[in-house]
Design a protein around this ligand. Sequence first.
Ligand SMILES: Nc1ncnc2c1ncn2[C@@H]1O[C@H](COP(=O)(O)OP(=O)(O)OP(=O)(O)O)[C@@H](O)[C@H]1O
Length: 446
Amino acid sequence: MNDIKLLLVEDDHGLREALIDTLMLADYQCVDVASGEEAIVALKKCSFDMVISDVQMDGIGGMGLLDHLKQYYPQIPVLLMTAYATIDNAVSAIKLGAVDYLAKPFAPEVLLNQVSRYLTPKKASGDPVVADEKSIALLELAKRVAQSDASVMILGPSGSGKEVLARYIHQKSARVDEPFVAINCAAIPENMLEATLFGYEKGAFTGAYQACPGKFEQAQGGTLLLDEISEMDLGLQAKLLRVLQEREVERLGGRKTIKLDVRVLATSNRDLKESIAKGEFREDLYYRINVFPLVWPALSQRPADIIPLAKHLISKHAKASHVTPVPQLDDGAIRKLLGHRWPGNVRELDNVIQRAMILQRNSIIEAGDIIIDLYDVTQPLDSRYAEPSSDALGDELKAQEHQIILETLTQCQGSRKLVAEKLGISARTLRYKMARMRDMGIDIPA
Ligand SMILES: Nc1ncnc2c1ncn2[C@@H]1O[C@H](COP(=O)(O)OP(=O)(O)OP(=O)(O)O)[C@@H](O)[C@H]1O
């Protein structure tokens, strides 16, 4: 999940849930509230990068909230949502300081495009932490590749740090002062990916009340990361190939071609050769992007990274929540961290560290504070990068996991967001697991 935090204000419960799902699947961190008053309370508790608010709500409503934001938080961009009939209000809202408005009903890609358009990219999050020989060599190679303009394919299992490496390549390249734009091809529903990538003109489809540039245009002069490229359907792969070959893009519903100067990086946690053999990934696209392949191995295959990464994550979380002094790992905790297989890689380590930070006392993290999550044991590891499969985990554990997900869904009345939070997994992992369950014929409540 990225570091961008959004505050969503919407009094319609069903719509709020749907919007939260869309935003969380696109990797945003979200807090949702049902009124302007609740939003003001939330703003006091933590800082947000953007506020997305309905206009018509009881109490102070969206306009009252906008007023408050302009007075006390003028740096936060505000995106308003309004029914079509009240567009005039929205236009005056823009005059009052909202960055833009969305006329309901709108397609999710319109929301995602607008959100990404007005967010100031976060500062570089620092170089990847590496200590293992394999990782040091990989980083060295990445630095050299960064100097060229070659397309790079970053492979490795889920949570291994592929996006971190992609950002590093951008930071070490001549394009460093230009935009770095990332799009997660798995997180955006298939029918919206095209509009998100290539942009659209006004009227191209329902909800396209105004033209919007796509990710390629937003990345102009810089780098575009196509995260989980193998999740793109074949039709779109063909269109992407054309854009890459011709170095120009045409917005949906548009007739003008726009010349592109964009370096493309892509990631995948699949064995792409296998996807090609199965007819799921185009071979020509593979060769176009895979000019330089880089592979982040599973964390278990670079064990010397585990403790430096754990220490880095402890400092990061301590800083974010103003915990001083920074907690230290004792020997028992170190042994426990080194003894685990980390099927969820660095993301799993991050979850475990976050839990340990809550449990620790007197600034010492002990073995008992290291709670390894059994749900993560069946994390979707690609066969090629996975450790030899552990049969012991077997079907029973999978069945238990399915049961837990179903029960939690019922407890949370179907809210994907709450389920992901409760189980300590990302919304994307939950979506992946539910998709697998559906493939197996398991009925998942809507
Ligand atoms: N070497 C590293 N140094 C610092 N942080 C790291 C490193 N590797 C991974 N992380 C952290 O671990 C988390 C997962 O990393 P990232 O999102 O890059 O993985 P990924 O391989 O792209 O995952 P996915 O395939 O699921 O998208 C992030 O929070 C990232 O900041």
